[in-house]
Structure formats: C-alpha cells, structure tokens
Design a protein around this ligand. Structure first.
Ligand code: C5P
Length: 403
C-alpha cells in the first residue's frame, strides 16, 4: 500500500471517467485505489474515450471497462443495474459540467448516467472544468441540486488550467480524491475516522438592498482551521461557510451560504452529524424587509429607517433538535466579561461546550487566538497560539470527549 495513504482494502469502486483533459488523472487514481487495496471497475463515457483509452483503464484496473449500454455480452453477463449496485461507492472523476448537468436533471441516455440514476450507493463527483464553466450559474445550480440530492461534490482546486486560464476548476490531485473516497467509505485512519463533523464558519451577510448588507469582521479562519484539523483526524467534514475568501481545506465538503437563514437550512441539511462546531459569527439581526431595488439618496436630507428582525439562533435550534449531534460546541466572541458570558451562554443555548474568546483585540480577522473551553466540568484555558494550533488542540479535546 502506498505509504501514508488510507486503506480501502476489499472495497469496490465503480469509477465513471468523464470527458475532460483531467481524465488522464483518473488513470493515476485507479493506481492509487488499487495500491490502497481497493478494486476498481471503470465506466468510460464517449467523451472520456477522447482523452484516455479503455485499454489503459483496463490494464491499470485489471478489470473489463464498460463503455456502452448497448453491449449484448455485458448485458447478458452483468447488466447495467447490477453493475450500478455491485460497488461500495460510485466515483465520477472527472465530473464534467455536462455530466453533472445530466446527473442533476436525472438524464439516463448513456451507460454512465444510467448507472448513476440506478445506483443505490453513495456517489462522489470530482469536478474539473474551465473556470467560467465552474462559475456559471447553471453549474452552480446543478452542483447545489446534486449536493441536495446527497451526492458528495468536491470543490475543484484553484490554479492554472490546461486552457490557459486560472481559477477554480482544476481536478483535485488524486491523493485528495483517494482521501475523500476513504472518508465516504468510513475506512480511514485517524481518531475521527467514520465520524461526521459539521463546522460553521465566517460571517453572514444580511442584505439591506441588492448592493448593501449587514456583516461583521469574522474572517472564517478559526472555523476553517477546525474543519481542516477534523479532516486530518480522519473525520468526514461538512463546512458551512459564510462569505469568506478562503480556500477549502483538503478533504472537506464545503457548502457556501450568505445569510443566517441560508446557514440554518444548510446546517439542517447536513445532519446527522456526530459533532457540530458552530464557529460562525452569525448576524443576530437582518433587515426586516430587504429592499428589492437599491435605496437612493434623494437630496432631501431624509435618511431611511433600518428596521431589524432577529435571525434564527442556529446553535440553540440545533441543541434542541431531535437530531442533535452527540457533541455540540458553540463559540462566544466577546469584548468584555468573556468567561461569565460564556458560562451563561452554555446554559442558555444548551451546548455541551462553549469556546470563549476575547475579540477586543485583533482576533477577528487576525491569525492568533486564545480560548477558554467552558464545559460542564469547568473551564480550561489554552495559551494564545496560531489559529491552526488552537484548532488542533480543540480537535484533540473532541477526540477525547467522543472516546
Ligand atoms: O448568541 P451569540 O452570538 O453570542 O452566540 C455565539 C454562538 O452561537 C456561536 O457558536 C454562533 O455560531 C452561534 N449562533 C448561532 N446563530 C445565531 C447566533 C449565534 O448559531 N443566530
């Protein structure tokens, strides 16, 4: 087995190879899965066959490669329904914009899409496409639909692309894809292997009109660092992120949201989870009725009144939910009386722990943090450290608590 890579011993992967230049990396992925003890059967789309050959995939996988619905021998011997069910996990790599559009629409007009519609197994889609195609509203919609349908869609890497442009759209490197496969199969190493950790991070933006919003100084860094540390500990991690300019940590499934109400819905959709760490600085209030058109200064000196409405308390709602994770951790960012507020907040919200931090300095947006962990047993102070280190220490406490 390749050193340092997770084991998928005895697991069967059905790998759908779509039509994009990144298809050559699917060959490397086949090698990695087999090297980690897994078995791979490949399905090559017509587009995929323009970039890699069935012969390459057959040689690398050691299994026949399936390319068409209309193969009498294949249908007599296996049948496409059976093929779709025989795997432990279905992986689409690369998942092109077209393939994801057809998956989202439930189209079944070739072997790959028919298998994807017929399967009763989890599906992992690994996108690769031009940056404009990835950012196109149609692709955003399709990815959101697939995620809502339970498909695990990885975020593409950011960088230079074969077409000469730069941005998000590169296929994640095969070891990162293997790590995602391992997480979905629940066979990874690490003290949080097989656990689902839900993290919220960043601010929320509450629109006042189409161009203005209410926000706060949260950078999302502490929450992203916690998501990353949990993934490194082997957890399957869902990161519900408000608007921040941070890269998605390796192996983390990110759901982007804008408002508190979007965040509440995304948290609900991500359940069940074993642990929830609610780091987001959720706006307490939103504009009571956001204007559909930009508010204009009319020169009369009259200022518009901004009426506020209270946002849902995502943490308190989660704590009261029948699907409450076993361990719920809230954050308390305060500028004064930090510990007293944290102790009160723990009781008020029904959280197991409250992580208190003093944000009177430059913690919000800064790189360091000093926290207190308030639990039923008392309060533990951690020394000031970089946010990555704080995240590691918190994840260590979480591992201990679950054990
Ligand atoms: O109520 P307060 O903002 O002080 O509590 C902070 C904690 O509650 C954080 O964990 C934050 O993510 C969460 N919170 C929430 N929904 C809100 C406000 C805060 O989940 N509307």
């Amino acid at each position: 087995m390749a050193r340092g890579l997770p084991a998928v011993i005895g697991k069967r992967i059905l790998l759908v190879v779509g039509g994009g230049i990144a298809a050559y990396k699917a060959c490397e992925l086949v090698r990695l899965i087999r090297g980690a003890g897994g078995e791979v059967t490949c399905v090559l789309t017509e587009g995929g066959s323009q970039f890699v050959t069935a012969m390459s995939l057959a040689a690398l996988s050691g299994n026949p490669v399936h390319t068409t619905l209309w193969d009498l021998k294949d249908e007599a011997e296996i049948g496409h329904i059976q093929l779709s069910r025989s795997a432990d996990l279905v992986v689409v790599c690369p998942a092109t914009a077209d393939l994801m559009a057809r998956m989202a629409a439930g189209v079944a007009d070739d072997l790959a899409t028919t298998l994807l519609l017929a399967t009763d197994k989890r599906v992992l889609a690994v996108p690769a496409m031009n940056v404009k195609m990835w950012e196109h509203a149609a692709t955003r919609r399709n990815v959101a639909t697939l995620r809502a349908d339970g498909v695990e869609v990885l975020d593409p890497d950011i960088g230079d692309m074969a077409c000469g442009e730069t941005g998000p759209g590169r296929l994640p490197e095969p070891p990162a894809v293997l790590a995602a496969i391992q997480r979905l199969l629940g066979v990874g190493h690490g003290p949080l292997a097989g656990r689902h950790v839900l993290v919220t991070a960043g601010p929320t933006h509450e629109p006042i009109d189409p161009v203005r919003y209410i926000a706060n100084r949260s950078s999302g860094r502490q929450g992203f660092a916690i998501a990353e540390a949990a993934a490194r500990a082997g957890a399957r991690v869902t990161l519900v992120a408000g608007p921040v300019a941070l890269d998605t940590p390796a192996g983390v499934t990110r759901v982007n949201v804008e408002t508190a109400r979007d965040m509440a819905a995304a948290v609900e959709a991500a359940l069940p989870a074993d642990v929830a760490v609610m780091v987001a600085a959720v706006a307490d209030w939103r504009s009571a009725d956001a204007a559909p058109l930009k508010l204009k200064k009319d020169g009369s000196g009259q200022v518009p009144a901004l009426e506020l409405a209270e946002n849902p308390d995502i943490l308190a709602t989660l704590c009261a939910s029948p699907r409450r994770p076993a361990l719920v951790v809230g954050f308390a960012a305060e500028t004064h009386d930090v510990l007293a507020h944290a102790v009160a907040k723990r009781a008020r919200k029904g959280a197991d722990w409250i992580v208190a931090n003093d944000v009177s300095g430059d913690v919000m947006g800064g790189s360091h943090n000093a926290i207190h962990i308030v639990t039923a047993a008392g309060t533990e102070a951690l020394p000031e450290a970089p946010k990555d280190r704080v995240a590691e220490l918190l994840v260590e406490r979480i591992v201990d608590a679950l054990a």
